[in-house]
Design a binder for this molecule. Structure first.
Ligand code: HEC
Length: 153
C-alpha cells in the first residue's frame, strides 16, 4: 500500500516535470492514457458530426452535453501528452513535433476547449443553424492539431 502510494506520487511528479525520463512501461502507460483521453473526445464528437451532416436527428441537449464533455476532456490533452515518449517504441500516432513545439500543441488544445465551450453555449441558446456551424468550427480545431501533430491515417 505504501509502495503503491509512492508510485502514484512518482507518476504525479512525472506529469508535472517533463524533463524526467520514462522507462518503457511508463511510456506505454502514458501512451494508453493519452489515447484514452482522445478516444473519449472522439466518442462524444461522433453524434455531433452525424447531426451536423443530417445523418441522425438534431438534439440540442445532446450537443450541449457532449460539447461540455469535450471541453472538459480537451483541458486534459496537454497534461496527457506531457510525458515525452519519443525515445520509446510505443504504438502511437503522436508525432515527435508535439515535444518539439509543445507551446503550439497546448495552444491548439486550448482553442479546441474554447470552441467546445462556445458550442455548448450556442446549442443551449436553441439556434440550430448556428449550432451546426459551431460543430464545424470545433471539427476544424480537431483537424488543425491532427494535421501537424498526428500521423496521417
Ligand atoms: C492539441 C492536439 C489535438 C487536438 C486539439 C485533438 N487531437 Fe485528436 N489526437 C491528437 C494526437 C496527437 C493523437 C494521437 C495520439 C496517440 O496515438 O498517441 C490523437 C488521436 C485521436 C483519436 C484516436 C484515439 C485512439 O484511440 O488512439 C481520436 C478519436 C481523436 N484524436 C479525436 C479528436 C477529436 C474529435 C478532436 C476534436 C474535438 C481532437 N481529437 C482534437 C491530437 C489532438
Amino acid at each position: 500500500m505504501f509502495h503503491r502510494k509512492l508510485a502514484v506520487i512518482a507518476l504525479a511528479a512525472l506529469a508535472a516535470a517533463p524533463a524526467l525520463a520514462l522507462d518503457a512501461e511508463q511510456a506505454e502507460k502514458a501512451t494508453e492514457t493519452r489515447q484514452s483521453v482522445l478516444e473519449v473526445v472522439g466518442w462524444n464528437m461522433g453524434p455531433l458530426g452525424a447531426m451536423a451532416r443530417g445523418l441522425v436527428p438534431y438534439d440540442a441537449e445532446i450537443v450541449a452535453r457532449n460539447a461540455q464533455r469535450i471541453a472538459w476532456m480537451s483541458s486534459m490533452i496537454p497534461d496527457a501528452f506531457r510525458a515525452d515518449t519519443r525515445p520509446h517504441d510505443v504504438a502511437t500516432e503522436a508525432l515527435p513535433a508535439i515535444w518539439e513545439n509543445y507551446a503550439r500543441f497546448e495552444e491548439l488544445a486550448a482553442n479546441t476547449q474554447a470552441s467546445a465551450e462556445r458550442l455548448a453555449e450556442v446549442a443551449a441558446s436553441g439556434d440550430e443553424a448556428a449550432t451546426k456551424q459551431a460543430i464545424g468550427a470545433l471539427v476544424d480545431d480537431c483537424r488543425a492539431c491532427h494535421n501537424d501533430f498526428r500521423l496521417d491515417d
